[in-house]
Design a protein around this ligand. Structure first.
Ligand SMILES: N[C@@H](CCC(=O)N[C@@H](CS)C(=O)NCC(=O)O)C(=O)O
Length: 199
C-alpha cells in the first residue's frame, strides 16, 4: 500500500491540527511542504480548493483538517478520543469561523486599520475567557483528559499567543496558559513541528 501524501504548511493551524492526529496515532505520511505562491499541481488536482492540509489516500482525498484528524483516530480505533464527535465537530466548526476571523483581524491588524489591534484582540479575548472558564472546571476543554477538541483548538491559541508574546505572557488567563504549556512542552508536539523536506 502506498504511503499517504500530506500537503501541509508547517505553521498553518489547520495543518498542525491534522499532523497532531497523524503523530499521535503513529501514522506515517509523506509530507509535502507547500508554498502558497506555487501550489503543487498534484495537490490542486486532488483538491482544487487549494487549502492545506490535504491528505491523499489510495481511494480517498481528505481536504478538511477535522476530517483528517478523525480519520487518524478512527483508523487506529483510538476509542479514548472518539467520544463526543458531534459536540466536537460543532464546537470546532463554530470556532473555525468565529474565533479564526477575530484572530485573523488581530494578527493582520495592519491591513485592517478600521480599528486598532487592541480592539481586535478584545474580540479574541471573548474566546479566551470562555476557554479559561472551561479550563477552570476541567483539565482540558471538555473533560479531564485530552480530546480531539483540545488538539483542534490548541494551534489557534498558539497562533494568538505569537501575535504579541509579551502581552500574552502577562494576560490574566492562567488556566489557558497551563493548557497551552501542556502541548508546547510535549514530545508529540515537537514531532508535529519537525521540518518537512521540501519536495
Ligand atoms: N477548512 C480548512 C481550512 C484550511 C485553510 O484555510 N488553510 C490555509 C492555511 S492556514 C490555506 O491553505 N490557505 C491557502 C492560501 O492562503 O492560499 C481546513 O480545516 O482544513
Amino acid at each position: 500500500m502506498n504511503i499517504p501524501i500530506l500537503y501541509t504548511f508547517r505553521r498553518c493551524p489547520y495543518a498542525i491540527r491534522a499532523r497532531m492526529g497523524l503523530v499521535l496515532n503513529n501514522i506515517d505520511v509523506e509530507k509535502h511542504e507547500v508554498s502558497f505562491k506555487n501550489k503543487p499541481a498534484a495537490m490542486l488536482k486532488a483538491s482544487p480548493k487549494g487549502t492545506v492540509p490535504v491528505l491523499v489516500l489510495e481511494s480517498q482525498v481528505l481536504e478538511e483538517s477535522i476530517d483528517i484528524i478523525y480519520w487518524a483516530f478512527k483508523k487506529k480505533q483510538n476509542r479514548n478520543f472518539l467520544q463526543n464527535e458531534e459536540q466536537t465537530r460543532g464546537f470546532v466548526g463554530e470556532h473555525d469561523q468565529l474565533f479564526k476571523t477575530s484572530l485573523t483581524y488581530y494578527k493582520y491588524a495592519d491591513m485592517h486599520p478600521a480599528k486598532p489591534a487592541e480592539e481586535y484582540r478584545k474580540d479574541c479575548e471573548n474566546f479566551m475567557r470562555h476557554f479559561e472558564q472551561r479550563l477552570k472546571t476541567n483539565e482540558f476543554l471538555f473533560s479531564d483528559h485530552m480530546e480531539i477538541v483540545d488538539l483542534c483548538m490548541f494551534p489557534f491559541i498558539r497562533q494568538l499567543s505569537k501575535v504579541d508574546e509579551s502581552w500574552f505572557a502577562g494576560a490574566p488567563y492562567p488556566q489557558l496558559k497551563r493548557w497551552k504549556a501542556f502541548f508546547d512542552t510535549s514530545d508529540f508536539f515537537a514531532k508535529v513541528m519537525e521540518k518537512a523536506e521540501s519536495r
